[in-house]
Design a binder for this molecule. Sequence first.
Ligand SMILES: N[C@@H](CCC(=O)N[C@@H](CS)C(=O)NCC(=O)O)C(=O)O
Length: 111
Amino acid sequence: MQLIVGTDSTWSLRAWICGQIANVDFDVNVIDLAKTDYCDSLGKVSDTGLVPLLIDEDLKVHDSLAIAEYFNELSEGTLYPKARTERAVARSLCSELHSGFVNLRNACPSL
Ligand SMILES: N[C@@H](CCC(=O)N[C@@H](CS)C(=O)NCC(=O)O)C(=O)O
């Protein structure tokens, strides 16, 4: 399994941290997003042209939240609370972090 990440990419860092917590074994391939031709190397592997991307044999999982969910399934639920209601709250917080915080995103668009 291979996790493709980018330099200075907090989205990539989130996926990597989740993989570490879930204790999933994967190699890390770092793409230097500061290079002018990074799109060439990224485009060869990533259908979306974005990092992070997880490659597990024939499967490509893109987007940090989807990767976190996949790591959670691989590790039989280590990333979320066991109780259904607590899990729902955790998923709400993750979703807010992932798609909310509009003012912060506008102030820090590259994060
Ligand atoms: N929502 C996506 C965001 C991914 C994203 O925006 N990645 C940036 C780096 S932080 C990227 O790949 N940028 C390359 C580009 O836009 O060409 C996720 O969570 O994975």
